[in-house]
Design a protein around this ligand. Structure first.
Ligand code: ZN
Length: 133
């Protein structure tokens, strides 16, 4: 079962919590046990799982990535967004989450984030579900 949804980003670099959108799709699928695969079909946005209880965690992730990979440097890519490409490869374009008892098997403090590195833009998140009802 393939699903997807669009999400509007508002800054050049930000983490957007998409846990609710993904949970809705899983619930509507009526799968009891299975796998949820998330995929970002973009070269400058990724997907990660981390704490969504304290918003300062996502701010620290953004700050840490910006420190590790400066926006401006001696990059070869003429488009000027090499930092965004590098961050996307570090974070990755996908996540896989088990579905148990009809719900995502996330830990208490875990949330799913779309990571925008070259916004603002409209991004697509693809959701592929496998399993049994
Ligand atoms: Zn580029």
């Amino acid at each position: 079962m393939k699903h997807s949804f669009k999400i509007k980003t508002h800054s050049q670099t930000e983490l957007l919590d998409i846990t609710g959108e993904v949970e809705c799709i899983v619930k509507e699928s009526r799968l009891e046990e299975g796998i949820c695969a998330l995929f970002s079909p973009h070269t400058t946005s990724g997907i990660t799982i981390n704490e969504n209880a304290d918003p300062s965690v996502k701010a620290d992730i953004v700050q840490g990535l910006n420190k590790l990979i400066p926006m401006h440097g001696h990059y070869a890519h003429a488009e000027g967004n090499s930092a965004a490409h590098i961050k996307t490869s570090l974070i990755g374009s996908s996540e896989i989450i088990p579905i148990n008892g009809g719900a995502l098997s996330l830990g208490t403090w875990q949330g799913i984030f779309l990571c925008e590195f070259d916004g603002p833009r409209t991004r697509e998140v693809q959701v592929q579900l496998w399993g049994s009802p």
